[in-house]
Design a protein around this ligand. Structure first.
Ligand SMILES: Cc1cc2nc3c(=O)[nH]c(=O)nc-3n(C[C@H](O)[C@H](O)[C@H](O)COP(=O)(O)O)c2cc1C
Length: 203
């Protein structure tokens, strides 16, 4: 993983990969998958994301204005999907899935150490658009896996692209996420009990 020029950070969004938005509030971490995002300024580099106000992440962002966008790969498919089916309002989804985190340089939100890339962002403004809230955030620093991204994604990049339901596209092939406990356990390295309980469906 190496730091990339912030001006290239917007290219991490090319092809619209699924991202995991991580936050921290009062030292409690949270994460949600996100696919409604786009670059909206090159200088300074800015990214717009669209959030549903009922989500816990929305309330955290209103309070802290800081987040990290992490770009997962194919290996993380089932965990990404599971993060989208439960709220972090009363539970710590990341530690229950045993997802390794670390703090970055600029924002007080953790990043996921094993993702293909992460972008530290600071909210500049937000406004209501229909039933959503659109947050515009400035890129503070960005890092990417050197094999998967040079100044753009390479053929090695196995990013996920959300199609809807439990379907994702990865390198031209459709993958189906599962919430079967055994698959989640295998991905997370065993030992988790979160998804032994039924996952509440928010959407
Ligand atoms: C692949 C995927 C992409 C998603 N993209 C978005 C999105 O762009 N905006 C949004 O508001 N919700 C999106 N969601 C739904 C949230 O991730 C979901 O409601 C999540 O449980 C919210 O978690 P929280 O309550 O802990 O913040 C997506 C879900 C999935 C599975």
């Amino acid at each position: 993983m190496r730091e990339i020029q912030t001006i290239n950070a917007c290219r991490l969004l090319s092809g619209n990969p699924v991202m995991i938005l991580t936050t921290s509030l009062h030292e409690r971490y949270n994460a949600m998958p996100l696919s409604w995002a786009m670059p909206c300024s090159q200088e300074p580099p800015c990214i717009a994301i669209s959030l549903t106000p009922s989500q816990h992440t929305y309330h955290v962002l209103r309070e802290t204005g800081e987040f990290v966008l992490n770009i997962p790969n194919r290996r993380m498919l089932n965990r990404v999907h599971a993060l989208g089916k439960a709220t972090g309002r009363h539970r710590d989804k990341l530690s229950e899935l045993m997802w390794p985190t670390r703090f970055g340089r600029f924002v007080r939100a953790p990043y996921l150490t094993d993702c293909l890339a992460h972008i530290e962002c600071q909210v500049q403004s937000h406004q209501t658009v229909g039933d959503r809230r659109l947050f515009v955030a400035q890129v503070m620093v960005a890092c990417a896996d050197a094999e998967a991204f040079d100044t753009h994604w390479t053929e090695q990049a196995d990013t996920l692209h959300y199609l809807g339901g439990n379907e994702y596209l990865c390198q031209g092939k459709i993958l189906y996420a599962t919430d079967q406990t055994e698959d989640l356990k295998r991905e997370a390295g065993g030992g988790l009990d979160l998804f032994l309980r039924p996952i509440e469906d928010l959407n």
